[in-house]
Design a protein around this ligand. Structure first.
Ligand code: ATP
Length: 511
């Protein structure tokens, strides 16, 4: 996919009411976006699929809706006040600011691509005899490139751990990384910026500074005891939450990929110490299934194990998707030990533990978390489903081949003409179907134009009411992806739609 494809996707999102720039009439607010009439439906459906897959499908996972404002001590305890920083570097010629670690990661990506190319070459040379694992472990070119990737990883980890930002700058110079805009190596020092926004809780007390939460997870940790006790939860159990988070991302680029206000869907799973790796692998597998269930090309996903683990984590992996601008994180799965509950116990002075009746002892549970950005997932769905097709008659059509269960509208009800009682009949069908499915009614413009508009917003079915319908009580149902049309009885419509668009079918693929 190219830069042009991504531009087309952004333009499509605007033209068809999916995503608008915030406060656009005032020239917009950078890195803040609004979801339009179709975007809000798609976003709701993704959120619902996530929520059901977590809460409804697991007896031992419950939900939570914690407030965005939290006591300032929460962020002291979590480490965000002191450590939620990004290392930034400026190019003196272009005056552009970059995240130093991202510049280095993008540089590493070049070597990953080289390895991928060598693998492809190997495969086409050796055919069925090709052993990828062995090739990766022995091919000299691959090993040389791997060594370069590992070297960069190690320097980043060591310098961040030691707080040695000069070493990061030296590495950028050593690798000859240039600014993509100016093309020069004229870099400033690397500096740390805290990403949290703060505001005043009270109009009268200047001291009462609080933060807008930069993640939803802490709302879960501070409610661990409340939920465990009132829900009589037994380990292992999870708490799931979706909600807004805020980060002062200095470099906000790539549309809704990196926003200052965004939405997270997080689940913290509390387990007995020593069982965390088993659950880590379980959630890695579950979350992978969830992503693949939506029908994306499997090659567009990959797991990226963290080398530079945070000091409290004992395993972490990113689920990455290949956006038009490269592989980027969509979701993180982290084994966080007892760090968070332990810190909140320390800072609050409360005993935050679990009493195990079988072992007759108290301990602090370990946590495995899954954390996905709803907006990034929205972008995954759009990137994966957007295509421009050339038709047999030479025309083109833009299609969003979104999984039917996520599509903003499940069916469009279209009377062929605006007279002869066709609109009345179409309305009658609509008024019946709307109790079970979100439907779209439209009678303006030629049927061809209306089909194209529905294709562009991802509606899986168009139901056309024509003159024969009046006589035979049947309609034409047109499939978005194949454009095939078939005649069905009106009485069968609801059942047909249910089969095809139901989220239940998706949920069943997860078990
Ligand atoms: P990145 O390295 O891309 O900044 P992160 O590692 O800081 O991401 P986490 O803190 O693990 O991200 O947050 C979990 C998820 O929240 C991410 O996988 C991503 O999908 C989403 N997310 C994080 N920051 C943003 C943002 N600024 N805009 C949109 N989504 C975000």
């Amino acid at each position: 996919m190219s830069e042009q494809v991504f531009k087309n996707i952004i333009a499509h999102c605007k033209e068809y009411g999916f995503v608008f720039q915030s406060s656009e009439i005032y020239d917009g607010l950078s890195a803040v976006y609004d979801y339009g009439q179709n975007g809000v439906e798609l976003k709701r459906n993704i959120r619902e699929y996530w929520w059901k897959s977590m809460v409804q499908m697991h007896e031992n996972i419950v939900g939570l809706d914690a407030a965005i404002f939290m006591h300032p001590k929460v962020w002291k305890a979590s480490g965000h006040v002191d450590g939620f920083n990004d290392p930034m570097i400026d190019n003196k010629d272009s005056k552009k600011r970059y995240r130093a670690d991202v510049l280095l990661e993008e540089y590493q990506e070049k070597y990953r691509k080289k390895i991928q190319k060598d693998v492809e070459k190997g495969r086409s040379r050796f055919g069925d005899d090709f052993d990828e694992e062995q090739f990766l472990a022995t091919n000299p070119n691959v090993l040389r490139n791997k060594e370069k990737i590992d070297y960069i990883d190690n320097v980043i980890k060591d310098s961040l751990d030691a707080g040695d930002l000069n070493r990061i700058r030296d590495l950028i110079l050593e690798l000859g990384i240039v600014c993509p805009i100016s093309g020069t190596k004229n870099w400033t020092e690397v500096r740390q910026f805290n990403l949290m926004y703060s505001t005043q809780m009270s109009a009268t007390d200047d001291e009462a500074e609080i933060y807008l939460r930069p993640e939803t997870a802490q709302g879960i940790f501070v409610n661990y005891l409340n939920v465990q006790k009132t829900g009589r939860m037994k380990l292992p159990f999870g708490i799931a939450q979706t909600g807004k988070a805020f980060r002062n991302e200095i470099i906000a680029r790539q549309f809704i990929m990196r926003m200052k206000e965004f939405e997270q869907m997080e689940m913290q799973f509390f387990v007995k110490p020593g069982e965390e790796m088993e659950w880590y692998n379980y959630w890695k597998d579950q979350r992978s299934k969830w992503h693949h269930s939506l029908g994306a090309n499997p090659g567009h996903y990959r797991f990226h194990d963290h080398v530079k683990l945070a000091h409290y984590a004992n395993a972490a992996v990113d689920i990455e998707y290949e956006f038009p601008f490269g592989f980027k994180e969509v979701e993180g799965i982290h084994s966080r030990t007892d760090f968070d509950l332990g810190r909140h116990a320390e800072f609050s002075g409360k005993k935050i533990q679990y009493f195990d009746p079988e072992e007759n002892k108290n301990f602090t549970p370990f946590v495995v978390e899954t954390s996905i950005g709803l907006d990034r997932m929205f972008l995954v769905v759009i990137c994966e489903s957007f295509r421009t097709e050339r038709l047999e008659n030479g025309e083109t059509r833009d299609v969003l081949a979104i999984h039917p269960a996520l599509a903003p509208f499940k069916a469009a009800i279209l009377p062929l003409t605006r007279k002869d009682g066709l609109p009345e009949m179409a309305r009658k069908i609509m008024n019946e179907l709307k109790f079970d499915f979100s439907c779209y009614y439209e009678e303006k413009d030629s049927i061809g134009k209306r089909y194209r508009r529905q294709d562009a917003i991802g509606t899986p079915y168009c139901v056309t009411v024509d003159h024969d319908s009046l006589v035979n009580n049947d309609v034409t149902i047109r499939h978005r992806d194949t454009m095939e049309q078939r005649r069905v009885k009106i009485s069968e419509l609801s059942e047909i739609l249910k089969q095809e668009v139901s989220m239940n079918n998706l949920l069943r693929t997860l078990s």
